[in-house]
Design a protein around this ligand. Structure first.
Ligand SMILES: *Cc1c(COP(=O)(O)O)cnc(C)c1O
Length: 403
C-alpha cells in the first residue's frame, strides 16, 4: 500500500478532516449567493464591455476549460507554448501569446522589442537609461490614450508626431518601435497601411493596440496579415474569454522575446501580469468558440434587440427619438442612441441612468456618445452583452424611466 493511501485512510478516519475530503468544501459554493452575502449588487448590462462593469460573460465552454485546468498540475511554460501555438494556427499568424489582458500585451510586446532576448536588459526594464537599449517609441499625437501607460511603463519615451514627414524626421538610432492605436485610425493623418510601410522601410516594428476591435472576427487576423509586427487584443471583451486575459499576436521572434519579458520569469516587467493554466486554456477555448459562432445570426439578434429598445423608448413620449449606430472600429456592434428635445421633456440623461441603476433589477446603460451640448438629453444603450430575455426587461424599465 502506498504512503499516500495510508495517509488518506488515516485522514478519513478522523471525522472532521474526513469531511474536507468528502467534499465539504467543494459542495458549498453552488448553494451560496456570494454577491448577496457580500452586499454587491448585480445588474443587467445594457452598457457594453466596460472593464469596471466586468465587460463580458464567459461562455460555458470557457468555464468548462477553466474547471478542467484547475484540477491538475502542468508545466506552465509548456502550456504557454502549446496554447500560443494553437491560437496562432487558429488566427493564421506566425505566433501568439496569452497575456493578462490587452494592456499586458502592450507591455509584453514593448518589452520584447526593447529588451529583446538579452537577459541583462530584461532584468533592467524599465530602468533603460545608459544600457544601450533603444528608448523611443513613435506615436501619432491623435493616437495617445490612457492605455499607452502600458507601453510607457517599459521606460521608453513616446515621441509624438502628426505627419508622415514628421515620422521620418523623428526616426533615429534611439527609435525602438512605432505604436498605433487602431481605433484612432480615422483621426490620425497617417493611416495604418502607410504607418506600416514607413516602419518597414526603416526596419522598425509596429505595435497595434486593437484591444476592443473584435468583432468583427476578421480583425483578429487582418492586421498581422497586413504586416503589423505585433497586435494586442483584449480576451475578455467581445471574445468573451477570461477578463484577466488578452492576446499578443505577431512575429515569432518578437513573441519569443515578449515571453522572456513576461511571467513566469521572476525578474521581468511582466511578472506581475501572470496568467495561469486556467486563463491560458480559457482564452484558447474562447478563441475557438468565437471563431465557430454564427456571427450573422448574432448580428441579426443585436439588431432585433436595438429595435425593441428604440420602440419602447419612443412609446414613452413622442418627443423621444432613437437610432442605431455602429462605431466604425472598436465596439463595432449595433448600439442604440436615445435622444429628446429639452423643451419637450424635462428630464436629463443622468436622471434616466439613475432610475435604471437604482431600480429593480439594476440596469446599467452607457453614457451618451453625443456632443457635450446634447449629452444631458441623450444616452446610449448597449445591447450586445444582454443575456437571453433581458432586452424585454430593459425595454419595460426604460419606458417607465423616460417620463
Ligand atoms: C480595453 C482596452 C485596453 C485594455 O484591455 P484589457 O484587456 O482590459 O487589459 C487597452 N487598450 C484599449 C484601446 C482598450 O479599449
Amino acid at each position: 500500500m502506498s504512503n499516500r493511501r495510508n495517509f488518506l485512510q488515516a485522514m478519513s478516519s478522523l471525522p472532521f478532516v474526513g469531511s474536507i475530503f468528502a467534499g465539504g468544501v467543494t459542495a458549498a459554493p453552488t448553494t451560496r449567493d456570494f454577491f448577496k452575502e457580500l452586499g454587491v449588487r448585480p445588474f443587467i448590462n445594457a452598457a457594453g464591455t466596460y472593464t469596471t462593469l466586468t465587460a463580458s460573460l464567459m461562455h460555458p465552454e470557457v468555464m468548462a476549460a477553466i474547471n478542467y485546468a484547475s484540477k491538475t498540475f502542468v508545466p506552465l511554460n509548456d502550456l504557454h507554448d502549446a496554447v500560443g501555438k494553437r491560437i496562432a494556427e487558429l488566427l493564421g499568424c506566425e505566433a501568439a501569446m496569452v497575456t493578462s489582458g490587452a494592456a499586458a500585451a502592450l507591455t509584453a510586446g514593448t518589452a520584447g522589442v526593447v529588451a529583446g532576448k538579452n537577459p541583462e536588459w530584461i532584468k533592467r526594464i524599465p530602468d533603460i537609461a545608459g544600457t544601450g537599449m533603444k528608448s523611443e517609441v513613435i506615436v501619432q499625437k491623435s493616437h495617445r490614450n490612457g492605455y499607452d501607460h502600458a507601453v510607457r511603463n517599459c521606460g521608453i519615451k513616446l515621441i509624438e508626431v502628426e505627419t508622415a514627414e514628421e515620422i521620418e524626421r523623428a526616426i533615429n538610432e534611439k527609435t525602438a518601435m512605432m505604436f498605433f492605436f487602431n481605433d484612432a485610425d480615422p483621426k490620425g493623418q497617417v493611416k495604418l497601411e502607410q504607418f506600416v510601410a514607413i516602419a518597414k522601410k526603416h526596419k522598425l516594428p509596429v505595435l497595434n493596440d486593437a484591444a476592443a476591435d473584435a468583432p468583427p472576427t476578421e480583425h483578429l487576423s487582418k492586421y498581422t496579415k497586413m504586416g503589423v509586427d505585433l497586435v494586442a487584443f483584449s480576451g475578455g471583451k467581445g471574445i468573451r474569454g477570461p477578463q484577466s486575459a488578452g492576446l499578443l499576436l505577431g512575429r515569432k521572434d518578437l513573441i519569443e522575446a515578449a515571453r522572456l519579458n513576461y511571467s513566469p520569469n521572476s525578474d521581468s516587467i511582466g511578472r506581475g501580469m501572470k496568467v495561469n493554466k486556467e486563463e491560458l486554456l480559457g482564452m484558447m477555448v474562447a478563441v475557438e468558440v468565437y471563431l465557430k459562432r454564427d456571427a450573422a445570426a448574432e448580428w441579426k439578434e443585436w439588431e432585433r434587440r436595438a429595435k425593441v429598445v428604440i420602440d419602447a423608448a419612443k412609446s414613452a413620449n413622442k418627443a423621444i427619438s432613437g437610432e442605431v449606430y455602429v462605431p466604425p472600429i472598436a465596439n463595432h456592434v449595433p448600439t442604440v442612441r436615445i435622444k429628446w428635445e429639452k423643451s419637450a421633456l424635462n428630464l436629463t440623461a443622468d436622471e434616466v441612468r439613475k432610475r435604471m441603476k437604482e431600480g429593480t433589477p439594476s440596469i446599467e446603460i452607457t453614457p451618451g456618445n453625443t456632443p457635450a451640448a446634447e449629452a444631458s438629453q441623450s444616452f446610449s444603450v448597449g445591447i450586445w452583452q444582454l443575456q437571453p430575455g433581458e432586452v424585454d426587461i430593459v425595454a419595460k424599465r426604460l419606458k417607465e424611466s423616460l417620463v
